[in-house]
Design a binder for this molecule. Structure first.
Ligand code: ADP
Ligand code: MG
Length: 697
């Protein structure tokens, strides 16, 4: 009797066909984006625990930073006076006992059982005696050998109900069958240059490391591929765009632009002058401009964009200026109105909420082809909005738009005449990182702030100072100023943040802010209601705004002088910086107050924010400390995401990959040569965009 042969194992085999994977497990795997055998094989550990340097518990001293392995002998949840719940476990090895505490993580009580063997890493502090504060931990399970040492443990990204341990078991079980299905497709010379192993070797090393160094070398191979692919896509996109772009060659007539320079109530900063020069030069070529203008909040991006707009106008073209919300669009109209009034230029507002008559009027003007600046929301790219002569599309807060909307605006031109595109972003990132993230764009950076800005007084205040802080806020309101009070996403959901903001709102309006005009703003409100509340705040009809983190980035309320931030430890530094940028926009002295008791580590981190108002500095610190996600928030779209590579840390690898991508494309632009075919296939399988960029044949 021969056993019924299952379908032959390939990388495309659905995980449900693998032994050890039932329907429930398949559901859990799906949550990790693991659908096929390939996905499982490419589920890469996100860190390693080096169990070869384990300390003896009895020898730990306060101030040490150590890794220990021990068995849980008791555990429980401890409430603290401040309502924080701390999970605690006592672990024991052959030498002794130590307590470990996880503040604010009561759910660990479900994941860690008595008898489990834990690997713990972190500092030892004084807290009712010695206590370990695990920075990282691995539950090795009840059957693990607590005396093991000299082993490197792979720790996988896991999900509710599917621990990394189960994942590791599953991968371990199938690794020997899966590895032979993989072979290298990157040119050997490239791997040699980058000093990384081949793909099968790399996969074996990351899953079954013999040393941390071997695991990291394997990881480097995978990171290199990610970076290479992103550079290939971007270089190719850029090359194709250049090929295709019958751009408009804008001539410097020096009529409007010169008049603006003379009419400006201030002198441009050096950075603004540089950016304007770069943009004007770019617009003057026969290629289409595709440029990102990056600058901190308040660095003066709008004025720079206006010079570009005027260059288009003086050449007889129309300009579209797109903002993510109606409120921001209105704000731009006001700014532009002020700056361009001396030139007799009045912008046209195009948003969804204009009256039918207003919209018809605007539509007629856009279709007439008269040179104008249309400022608006995504209404600018909607059906029925037609520009007869669009020469320049400016997109503010570009990350708030989808790739499609951005592209649509770029295609609003007539026939072959595609408008130049200027994207703007307030996320200040180092140039090297910008090159990796936005390799298909040219980048201009405003790294200088206009002079004469008042510094914003920034402070971190403990919980016991709450009454005094609130008293200070009240006095600011008494003086006619306005205040923001912001709550973070507490725990995991917007829902609980909302609850916190709501109860704070109730408490405040019944207490110190009684009789003041206060509104609650949160993400669940419909967009028009949010806009309405922000408008009332802007127009001075509200004294204070209690809010979750939805306060419009970029909104300008000069009379707001206080930004009070609760639970500051929950924010990324760049996020705090964006929030602080909401005040200090008028003549009055402004304050940003972080309120709450924070851990010593959080205080260290926040110190970077307290120390500087330079967004680039802060972004750099944020990236070092917390990685990319926090820098961009959840909504960044169109930015490549990396599973393995870390574009900030892997700069050397990224530079090598960029150079290799350039050489490769110079030799074989479509990667269609036989020796590049498999690389091309992989690229196409992984990136939808690659389908159009690297067409076969
Ligand atoms: P952001 O880069 O955040 O979009 P804005 O363009 O809104 O910044 O500019 C912020 C404020 O600074 C505006 O009121 C603008 O008029 C002013 N501003 C811009 N450039 C200068 C400058 N060179 N000197 C003084 N004020 C400036
Ligand atoms: Mg702006």
């Amino acid at each position: 009797m021969t056993p019924a042969a299952g379908p032959r194992l390939t990388l495309e085999t659905p995980v449900t066909y693998l032994t050890g994977v039932g329907p429930r497990r398949a559901e859990q795997l799906k949550r990790l984006n693991i659908f096929t055998a390939r996905d499982l094989l490419f589920h890469i550990p996100h860190r390693y625990e080096d169990a070869s340097t384990v300390a003896q518990i009895a020898k730990l001293r306060i101030g040490d930073d150590a890794t220990v392995i021990g068995t849980v002998v008791s555990k429980g949840i401890l409430p603290t006076r401040k309502g924080l719940r701390v999970f605690q476990a006592v672990v024991q090895d052959a030498s002794g006992l130590i307590e470990a505490g996880w503040p604010g993580q009561p759910w660990l009580d479900r994941q860690i059982q008595k008898g489990d063997v834990l690997l713990l890493s972190g500092p030892v502090r004084f807290y009712h005696g010695r206590q370990l504060s695990p920075r990282e931990f691995v539950n090795l399970g009840a059957d693990a050998d607590p005396t093991m040492g000299g082993r490197v443990l792979a720790v996988y990204p896991a999900t509710e109900g599917l621990s990394f341990k189960v994942l590791r078991g599953l991968i371990e079980k199938h690794l020997d069958a899966l590895l032979p299905l993989v072979s290298e497709y990157l040119p050997a010379a490239m791997l040699a240059e980058a000093g990384v192993p081949s793909l099968p070797e790399a996969l074996r090393a990351v899953h079954r490391p013999t040393s941390v160094a071997a695991a990291l070398a394997g990881r480097a191979r995978l990171a290199y591929e990610e970076l290479l692919f992103v550079h290939l896509l971007q270089r190719r996109a850029r090359a194709l765009a250049r090929e295709r772009r019958d751009g408009i060659r804008f001539e410097r007539k020096r009529t409007l632009t010169t008049r603006l320079k003379k009419a400006l109530p201030f002198a441009l900063t050096g950075a603004q002058v540089r950016a304007v020069r770069e943009i004007v030069a770019d617009m003057g070529t026969e290629f289409r401009m595709h440029r990102l203008l990056q600058g901190d909040v308040g660095s003066g991006k709008t004025v720079v964009a206006l010079f570009a707009a005027l260059l288009a106008l003086e050449n007889g073209y129309q300009v579209a200026f797109m903002a993510p919300t109606e409120l921001l669009a209105e704000q731009h109209v006001r700014t532009i109105d002020q700056l361009l009034a001396p030139l007799g230029i009045i912008p046209v507002l195009v948003t969804g909420s204009r009256t039918a008559k207003e919209r018809r009027l605007a539509a007629t003007r856009l279709e007439s082809g008269e040179p104008l600046i249309a400022v608006g929301t995504h209404a600018l790219v909607q059906e029925g909005t037609r520009f007869a002569r669009l020469g320049l599309a400016i997109i503010d807060e570009q990350h708030r738009f989808g790739v499609d909307q951005r592209r649509l605006l770029g295609e609003r031109g007539r026939g072959a005449e595609q408008p130049d595109v200027l994207l703007m972003s307030a996320t200040p990132i180092p140039r090297s990182l910008a090159l990796t993230l936005y390799g298909d764009l040219d980048v201009s950076i405003l790294d200088e702030r206009p002079p004469g800005r008042q510094p914003i007084t920034t402070a971190l205040r403990p919980e016991k100072a709450r009454a005094r802080v609130l008293d200070f806020v009240v006095r600011q309101l008494d003086a006619g100023r306005q205040a923001y009070i912001v709550y973070p996403l507490i725990e995991e959901s917007e829902k609980s943040a909302l609850k916190a903001a709501k109860s704070a709102y109730e408490e405040l309006t019944a207490g110190v802010l009684r009789g003041r005009r206060v509104a609650l703003l949160h993400g669940r409100l419909p967009a028009d209601e949010k806009d309405e509340t922000m408008r009332r705040f802007r127009d001075g009809a509200l004294d204070a705004l209690v809010s979750t983190t939805v306060i419009e980035v970029g909104i300008d309320v000069p009379n707001a002088t206080v930004m009070l931030i609760e639970h500051p430890e929950r924010f990324g530094l760049s996020q705090l910086h964006q929030l602080r940028g909401r005040v200090g926009r008028g003549a009055e002295e402004s304050y940003c107050i972080l309120l709450g008791d924070v851990s010593p580590e959080a205080a260290d981190r926040l110190q970077h924010f307290l120390d500087t108002e330079d967004g680039f500095e802060i972004a750099r610190a944020d990236l070092e400390l917390r990685g990319m996600g926090d820098l961009f928030g959840e909504r960044q779209s169109g930015v490549p995401t990396f599973k393995v590579a870390d574009p900030l840390r892997d700069t050397e690898l990224s530079d090598l990959a960029r150079a290799a991508a350039e050489r490769l494309l110079a030799e074989d632009p479509t990667l269609g040569r036989p020796e590049h075919r498999r690389m091309q296939e992989t690229l196409r399988r992984q990136y939808g965009r690659a389908l159009e960029l690297f067409r076969v044949g």
